[in-house]
Design a protein around this ligand. Structure first.
Ligand code: A2P
Length: 282
């Protein structure tokens, strides 16, 4: 990867720009409009949102305000947990498109798996949600489909369906490796995307990262983003601050040494959100 516009290629051949612009916790309205249009002007070609972020209207307006041609942009959204199942997922997708002001999505994800802590028939619910995603995909309304926060045991049933997931977006940053899930995704040709690649900001004062970063003349944020890319994981850094939006793109003019990669990869658990897909109560 040499620029923001270089891509990973999904198993169906769809190209996905290698750094996405995250919008979790970006307020709707003028902040979302400003952040998204600023990101696109800075060179991001991949915007990640979700119905539950409550900012799809602002994100869509930001896309329009940037003036970019739709086909030059990769847009992801996600179906929220209250909308699981076939019919509700189809309706949620239509609402997302209408809120964004778009007529197709590049990528649509199931935001969280239904899990055994909440449902006896959790697997059946996930398969029903997936049936809707598959139908929308086959109808050409979405270019690629995937999941988010799925562990291997959640993925298994979907891997046996007609169109298995192409992407799994998980919490991933130094101190939060999710090794088993990543291994499973690699074996099944599922691209892993990193939400909170900076640990929602919690990793920026980490002493290990601070001790490594100086020789690169980069910030810890840039180190975290570059580290994702060198692990073949697609980072989705979020910012509403123009200088940081730009800073987070300057990750192609340095390479982390193998030794430093090993040190970061071996960091003990830290800075995580603590949200476990089988235990969350939302
Ligand atoms: P803000 O949006 O106010 O600029 P993550 O991508 O892991 O979710 O982290 C997002 C958090 O990190 C936000 O609080 C964001 O702040 C902050 N952030 C993003 N980029 C940088 C940066 N380059 N330097 C410092 N903080 C950053």
């Amino acid at each position: 990867m040499k620029t923001l516009q270089d891509s990973f290629i999904l198993k169906n051949g769809v190209k996905i720009p290698c750094v996405g612009f995250g919008t979790w916790q970006t307020p709707d309205g003028e902040t979302a409009v400003m952040a998204v249009s600023e990101a696109i002007k800075t060179g991001y070609r991949h915007i990640d949102t979700a119905a539950c972020y409550g900012n799809e209207v602002g994100v869509g307006q930001g896309i329009k305000a940037s003036g970019i041609e739709r086909e030059k942009l990769f847009v992801t959204s996600k179906v929220w947990n209250t909308e699981r199942g076939y019919e509700k997922t189809i309706a949620a997708f239509e609402k997302t498109l209408s809120d964004l002001g778009l007529d197709y999505l590049d990528l649509y994800l199931i935001h969280w798996p239904a899990s055994s802590s909440q449902y006896d028939n959790w697997e059946e619910i996930n398969v029903e949600t997936w049936r809707a995603m598959t139908e929308l995909y086959k109808a050409g309304r979405i270019k690629a489909i995937g999941v988010s926060n799925f562990l291997p045991h959640h993925l298994e049933a979907l891997m046996k369906t007609e169109v298995p997931p192409m992407v799994n977006q998980i919490e991933f940053h130094p101190g939060q490796m999710q090794t088993e899930t990543i291994q499973y995704c690699r074996e099944n040709d599922i691209l892993v995307e990193a939400w909170s690649p900076l640990g929602t900001g919690r990793m920026l004062n980490n002493e290990t990262l601070k001790s490594i970063v100086d020789k690169y003349e980069k910030s810890v944020a840039q180190l975290c983003i570059r580290w994702c890319l060198q692990n073949n994981i697609l980072p989705l850094p979020k910012s509403v601050t123009p200088a940081r939006i730009k800073e987070n793109t300057a990750v192609f003019d340095f390479a982390i040494t193998e030794k430093d990669m090993d040190t970061i990869n071996a960091m003990a658990y830290c800075g995580g959100s603590g949200l476990h897909p089988d235990q969350v109560d939302f």
